[in-house]
Design a binder for this molecule. Structure first.
Ligand code: FMN
Length: 225
């Protein structure tokens, strides 16, 4: 897999301050144009930067630079410390990328995710990313009374764009497996207070798209610094 990450934003003076907050910005939309989740995630990052210009943003585009599906051999090496001498060159580079992904997550205080709603859930590229950050002993552990999250204290903001309507109480609510899934995953990692801003019904009509976008942008403006 190709190396996807790059440092995009530095502090106001062009150089991050020593105690600058680190923000990981993730996008997932596969669309070439007309993507909404990217627009929303960019607006959320801008909103946070306005309040904290010194913030350091690291950008990862999972659609442009997808991680591969997690294989048993990479899982064994990445999450279980298995011997890597058997791995071929492609697997070694996948392993190195997996380490980078985990490190980016661990070292970021804030994670902003633009999430497209595809086939009732998150894009597969995001699932592949999640498979790299859920690592026993790093982001969660098995305690006597169940799983204990080790990533407590991080702020995770999700900007979710859904073509149809899946909100609570709607006939399609039972088919919503993106927000519900992300809340489950991050709660296992110790992050229970996911901030989720949804723009939905965006493919139903241009009018509903415009309303959903406006409402979501309004919610972004109210994000705490
Ligand atoms: C491959 C694909 C699958 C989709 N599946 C669904 C779906 O299951 N339910 C839905 O309401 N909208 C679905 N949509 C519409 C998207 O949720 C909608 O276009 C949204 O804006 C996607 O975010 P994006 O604009 O950032 O890509 C799908 C779109 C694509 C391209």
């Amino acid at each position: 897999m190709s190396a996807p990450s790059r440092l995009v934003v530095t502090g106001a003076a062009g150089r991050p301050g020593r105690n600058a907050v680190r923000l990981l910005h993730i996008d997932t939309s596969i669309k070439a144009t007309g993507w909404l989740s990217r627009e929303l995630s960019a607006a959320a990052v801008e909103r946070l930067k306005r309040e904290a210009p010194d913030i350091v943003v690291h950008y990862r585009d999972l659609a442009a630079h997808p991680l591969g599906d997690l294989t048993g051999r990479i899982f064994a090496a990445h999450a279980q410390g298995a011997d890597i001498r058997d791995l071929d060159q492609a697997e070694l580079s996948d392993l190195a990328e997996s380490g980078k992904v985990l490190d980016e997550f661990l070292t970021s205080e804030v994670i902003v995710m633009g999430v497209a709603f595809y086939n009732f859930t998150v894009p597969s590229s995001l699932k592949a990313w999640i498979d790299r950050i859920c690592v026993a002993g790093k982001t969660f552990s098995y305690g006597a009374s169940g799983v204990v999250g080790l990533a407590r204290g991080k702020r995770v903001i999700v900007l979710l764009a859904r073509g149809g309507f899946y909100g609570e109480g709607s006939p399609n609510a039972r088919h919503e497996h993106a927000e519900t899934y992300l809340r489950s995953v991050f709660s296992v990692l110790g992050i229970d207070n996911l901030e989720v801003i949804v723009a939905e019904g965006v493919d139903v009509s241009p009018e509903l798209r415009a309303t959903a976008l406006e409402t979501a942008m309004g919610s972004i403006e109210t994000l705490a610094a």
